[in-house]
Ligand binder design. Structure first.
Ligand code: PLP
Length: 399
């Protein structure tokens, strides 16, 4: 029997294609500078590219162990020891996945049941919305306050969690620090607040720390798993994409207590079987890069941030200076009465610069109508071309 009309699942009908990836396609079509999607235009370190090529030449070309090659997991454990003084068991607590994107959905599917409530700070990285839908979870959105540097109100968080606990309770909280899209690095006090609530109301914290090494002005990332009582209820996710400028490699990893890791490994196995074997070998080389590499990474991003921030301000945008990650939120209401989507379309088609409409970071699009997110993971020459175009846009919109 043939289907008379195409049928898609209810879940698939509940979310659209990624707006971020859509902006990249639009940018390509119009030959625009892509400050939409977060991928660098500059090369990855030679050492790790050479290691990837050598691994392929040496025939590391078959499936690795599902939860990641033993050597790569050992080097991840070593990295956490060096950076954070955190002892992680590579045999039972580390799982390698296909980018932190897959790590997050595998973790949610492993730990959250359909109908469970999951706290998500808003604005949020676009994927968490569909992740919640795929898992059948019910999101509880907590606003990050743009007038207070994108911090959250601890009382509001507790009230929402308390009221949920009268019913089924909260199963997990998704944290992303340093944060995309706001650039906020959550303070120790905020992490302590989340940690106390997680222990009092018994929920997991799933923390996406993919930008852990991209922070500015002495602002340091602190893994919430290291707070007292948190290691046993925290799933820490990170990866190679952003730190080593290899977003196309799709290598991420998860640190979680052994019982959570076992469940996550099963999900990961049946979703993907495993992450690319030769690129895990290159990951070992990546973690051998010394402190100078990380220092230079942060220094270079500081220059890019300051350059784009100055250009956007001069063009008439109101920006929030990020303290981590490589995105800048900008308010367009001083420039235009257009909504974010129309404005970005105009910016791409008429001025040749792509960004992401702010509404895609909110469950209610109205909340982000006045916002646009720019990525500054581009070389200074590309950012300066973008700046020229943005000046032109600014002049036209202001006149
Ligand atoms: N998490 C956040 C917060 C991101 O901004 C991104 C990419 O933009 C990702 C995860 C994707 O990371 P990966 O390439 O490791 O899947």
């Amino acid at each position: 029997m043939s289907l008379t009309r195409s049928r898609i699942s209810h879940k698939a009908s509940r979310f659209t294609e990624s707006v971020i990836r859509e902006m990249t396609r639009l940018a390509n079509r119009h030959n625009a500078i892509n400050l939409a999607q977060g991928f660098p235009n500059f090369p990855a370190p030679e050492e790790i590219k050479n290691a990837a090529c050598a691994a392929i030449q040496n025939d590391v070309n078959q499936y690795s162990i599902t939860w990641g090659s033993a050597e790569f997991r050992r080097s991840i454990a070593e990295k956490y020891r060096t950076f954070y003084g955190w002892e992680v068991d590579p045999e039972r607590e580390i799982t390698v996945g296909c980018g932190s994107t897959e790590c997050m959905i595998a973790s949610i599917l492993a730990l959250v049941d359909p109908g469970d409530r999951v706290v998500i700070f808003e604005p949020f990285y676009e994927n968490y919305g569909p992740d919640a839908i795929i898992a059948g979870a019910r999101p509880v959105f907590i606003p990050l306050d743009s007038t207070k540097g994108w911090s959250f109100d601890p009382e509001l968080l507790e009230n929402k969690i308390r009221s949920a606990s009268k019913d089924t309770g909260i199963r997990a909280l998704i944290l992303n620090t340093p944060n995309n899209p706001t650039g906020r690095v959550f303070s120790l006090a905020e992490l302590q607040c989340i940690s106390e609530l997680a222990q009092r109301y018994n929920f997991y914290v799933l923390t996406d720390e993919i930008y852990e090494h991209i922070t500015y002005e002495g602002c340091r990332h602190y893994p919430i798993a290291l707070l007292p009582g948190m290691e046993e209820r925290t799933v820490t996710i990170s990866g190679l994409s952003k730190t080593f400028s290899v977003t196309g490699w799709r290598i991420g990893y998860i640190i979680a207590p052994p019982d959570c890791s076992s469940a996550i490994r099963k999900m990961h196995d049946f979703l993907t079987v495993g992450a690319a074997a030769p690129l895990q070998e290159a990951g070992v080389a990546a973690f051998q890069l010394g402190q100078d590499y990380y220092r230079k990474l942060a220094e270079d991003y500081t220059k890019r941030r300051d350059f784009l921030g100055a250009a956007l301000t001069e063009a008439g945008f109101k920006i929030w200076k990020p303290f981590g990650a490589y995105y800048m939120m900008a308010d367009i209401s001083g420039l235009t009465h257009l909504g974010d989507v129309e404005f970005v379309n105009e910016m791409i088609c008429r001025y040749g610069v792509a960004a992401v409409p702010g509404s895609s970071f909110f469950h209610d699009p109205q909340l982000g109508k006045h916002l646009v997110r720019f990525a500054f993971c581009k070389s200074l020459d590309v950012l300066s071309q973008a700046a020229e175009r943005l000046m032109e846009l600014g002049k036209d919109f202001k006149s």
